[in-house]
Design a protein around this ligand. Structure first.
Ligand SMILES: [Zn+2]
Length: 162
């Protein structure tokens, strides 16, 4: 019986290591869930983007032509990703930002899918796919974070007139 328990613990640790393999950032509390849990917590559209790395149709997202003051967090885990100050109209059909809230809030990884080499942007806390980053953005960074609306949750600045 004892051996069985040890084996079980060993297997569980193995699974945890697998889930964390792309994330080595120690400063942040990771959000690790099974795919079944993600399916439960996200809408099917959100799940397709965040966990299956799909891309929403250009111009379809709720944050494309959207310029309210506030910040954007990961729809899957609430990680603060972007600020409205860095959002701009790139004409691409997707919400675009020229800078991240913090370099630690997201991870960049090479994506060779669809016959292209792109840089994928992933939430550092939960590993959700957010979009891609390109180097044709405006000053001062020259970057264009091209992000799916479905991967974001907007949080408005607190209104003072209330
Ligand atoms: Zn996240």
């Amino acid at each position: 019986m004892k051996q069985f328990v040890f084996l079980l613990i060993f297997l569980m640790q193995l699974l945890m290591v697998n889930a964390q393999q792309t994330t080595n950032n120690k400063e942040m509390d990771k959000v690790i869930k099974s795919e079944a849990e993600w399916k439960k917590n996200l809408t099917s559209e959100q799940y397709n983007i965040c966990r299956l790395k799909a891309t929403e149709l250009p111009g379809s997202g709720r944050y494309y032509n959207f310029y309210q003051k506030g910040h954007y967090q990961c729809v899957a885990c609430g990680n603060h990703l972007f600020d409205s100050d860095t959002k701009y109209d790139s004409g691409s059909g997707w919400p675009s930002f020229y800078d991240a809230h913090s370099k630690n809030s997201m991870l960049l990884q090479t994506d060779k899918s669809h016959g292209m080499v792109r840089t994928e942007v992933v939430c550092a806390r939960c590993g959700s796919h957010l979009g891609h980053v390109f180097d044709d953005g405006p000053k001062p960074t020259g970057l264009r974070y091209c992000i799916n609306s479905l991967a974001l949750e907007f949080v408005p600045d607190e209104k003072k007139d209330r």
